[in-house]
Write a new protein. Structure first.
Length: 257
């Protein structure tokens, strides 16, 4: 009995050798590993390229916002405007507000929650531009509560050109029929008020004082996140980790052989 017990202990202490992987399986693992490293490296390089593009874009927008205002693009330049050539460009336009056709769009600003007041401006050339005159709190949403700020004479507006925000906001869809607006959708607002011809963009009015103090202009927020360097570092780190794992695994297999 003692001899059998000792033999069992010896067999447990000396397990059978681990099975060596076949060359075919190693080749498959190596192929997918190399493809994975190449893919992760390519993603890291792509993020670096995106970062360079984003920095250039930020520089261009910063230059546009601080440049002297130009005349707001007319119909002949609307295709370029629609393509984003003038986005955030400081512009100037003269005309007459159509105060009875203003649209209130829900907004959250540094002044709190309330509404943007979008008012059509009919230019001397016969086309219309939506102007985001600024912010009003909920208790002043009705035009009758801020009659001092309803400019009725010809006026000149300066501000930043912004592109239309179609359809709505996150989890909220514009409802023209019920007068609920969550984004500054130029085409939809123009359709609701039968405005034509209308520019494909709107203007965020600057902080020029308005009689009565409302709406409050000059609240444009330009936020262009630039996290591409972090993303690039993440992809490159994953590529290094995968390459290190492959090297360790193949070195282990070589030693076993």
């Amino acid at each position: 009995m003692t001899g059998d017990s000792d033999g069992a202990k010896d067999r447990r202490a000396d397990p059978s050798p681990e099975r060596v992987r076949s060359r075919r399986s190693l080749a498959i693992v190596g192929l997918f590993g190399v493809l994975g490293v190449a893919t992760l490296t390519a993603l890291g390089i792509w993020q670096l390229e995106r970062r360079a593009w984003k920095l250039q874009l930020i520089g261009e927008i910063n230059e546009r916002t601080h440049a002297a205002p130009i005349e707001a693009p007319g119909p002949a330049r609307w295709p370029q405007a629609a393509a984003g050539r003038y986005t955030y460009r400081a512009v100037r336009v003269a005309g007459e507000y159509l105060n009875d056709q203003e649209t209130l769009v829900r907004a959250v600003t540094r002044l709190g929650a309330g509404y943007w007041v979008l008012t059509p401006l009919r230019t001397a050339d016969g086309f219309t531009i939506l102007v985001n005159r600024g912010f009003v709190p909920p208790e002043r949403r009705e035009a009758a509560s801020r009659t001092e700020g309803l400019i009725r004479d010809d006026t000149v507006v300066t501000g930043l050109l912004r592109m239309s925000e179609p359809k709505g906001a996150f989890l909220h869809t514009n409802d023209p029929g019920d007068g609920r607006w969550y984004s500054r959708d130029v085409a939809a607002i123009a359709g609701a008020h039968h405005l034509s011809p209308i520019a494909p963009y709107f203007i965020d009015a600057d902080a020029t004082p308005i009689p009565g103090g409302l709406p409050v202009g000059g609240l444009t927020v330009i936020d262009l996140p630039n996290n591409h360097l972090v993303y690039s570092f993440t992809w490159f780190s994953l590529a290094v980790m995968l390459a290190g794992g492959l090297a360790h695994g193949f070195r282990h297999e070589w030693r076993r052989r």
